[in-house]
Write a protein that binds this ligand. Structure first.
Ligand SMILES: [Zn+2]
Ligand SMILES: [Zn+2]
Length: 359
């Protein structure tokens, strides 16, 4: 039971839990593993660091990359300060997944990405030799699924219920504000796939359970306080969406002046993507990109998000794809048929016009 619960949490747990020697490493994860402290003094040293060098603080980066699924560790979760070959290839995979320049170095863009607050779910595609491109077309697939491509398996069109935990809420926002942010987030996904979301009162019986939690909260993924990890959620069909209660959650940056304010709606939209079966994307504009700067907003679905979720659930019949979506041949079969169908109808209109003119 416990194993299958963890299994669905994503790649990280599959990689580590299935190997008995690594069970301890997941249970000894500390909140610090998700935060990196970088001072101006050591950033220059880091930029120049390459294989074979030893710099104080490198272990922090190893711990971070380990936490998000890029680096294995067989030494009971201890890391040294040596810039070794496994670290270099972990950085390469991280840079590729996050859409950064790939050079295997801790350059300023890479370090800056690592200190940006992010989702706590580990990134998929973290193993070597993955292929993230569909070669036969111009189209590059950036969206990623969880291992095994899990999705909610009910008949279409499906309806999923969601509820908020009464005990695990925050006081800084009203229930109305929280509800509104989530409603808008759910609506975005519902407008592109044949899935609707209905709020219910009974938390225990809801398909999707939403709550704000502090620190350790029972799933082995403790939250880390202000910034760092903002939220995490589980793949289908577990339906748990957890937000770090320590964040300054905001629904309006005019009234929330804090520099560490986090847009609830953007994070909610991202986490719902996980609940539906999407993992992290390397497209910076995508909702499924793992990080979000304080006071930043990224709640509108990108073409990459839409393609990803539609290849799991198909398209909402009311969804109208714009020209840019149609012009690419994508993994989404629905859009492959949009263009021929439209062309056919144009032809019929033209032919009947010629007929009426000639008669
Ligand atoms: Zn995420
Ligand atoms: Zn949790």
């Amino acid at each position: 039971m416990f194993l299958s619960f963890r299994y669905s949490f994503t790649f990280f747990f599959i990689l580590f839990l299935l190997s008995p020697s690594n069970v301890a490493s997941t249970s000894t994860l500390t909140p610090q593993a998700t935060k990196i402290a970088v001072t101006n003094r050591n950033i220059q040293k880091l930029i120049n660091a390459g294989r074979g060098t030893k710099i104080r603080g490198i272990s922090e980066f190893k711990r971070y990359l380990h936490h998000f699924g890029y680096l294995q560790n067989r030494n009971n979760n201890t890391f040294n300060d040596e810039f070794d070959a496994p670290l270099e290839s972990a950085i390469v995979r991280y840079q590729r997944n996050l859409g950064l320049q790939v050079n295997g170095k801790l350059d300023s863009n890479t370090v800056s990405e690592m200190i940006t607050p992010r989702c706590g779910d580990p990134d998929s595609n973290t193993t070597p030799h993955h292929h993230n491109h569909v070669h036969k077309t111009h189209f590059t697939k950036n969206f990623v699924f969880f291992p095994g491509k899990p999705r909610w398996s009910r008949p279409m069109p499906m309806s999923l219920t969601y509820a908020f935990s009464r005990e695990n809420m925050i006081r800084s926002l009203s229930m109305k504000e929280i509800r509104g942010a989530f409603q808008r987030a759910f609506t975005r996904w519902a407008s592109v796939i044949p899935v609707s979301f209905v709020e219910v009162r009974e938390f225990e019986f809801a398909d999707i359970k939403i709550g704000f939690y502090n620190g350790e909260h029972g799933d082995g993924e403790p939250f880390d306080g202000v910034l760092g990890v903002l939220a995490h959620s589980f793949s289908p069909e577990i339906g748990r969406l957890h937000l770090d209660a320590a964040e300054t959650w905001s629904v309006d940056f005019v009234s929330t002046v804090s520099e560490v304010a986090v847009d609830l709606e953007s994070v909610a939209t991202h986490e719902i993507g996980h609940l539906l079966g999407l993992s992290h994307s390397s497209v910076k504009e995508a909702v499924m990109y793992p990080s979000l700067r304080p006071r930043g907003k990224r709640a509108d679905l990108n073409i990459d998000d839409i393609r990803g979720v539609q290849s799991l659930y198909g398209s909402n019949p009311n969804f109208r794809s714009d020209w840019s979506l149609e012009s690419d041949i994508s993994a989404n079969q629905a859009s492959q048929f949009v263009r021929p169908l439209r062309l056919a109808s144009t032809l019929i209109i033209t032919i009947s016009l010629i007929h009426s003119l000639s008669s």
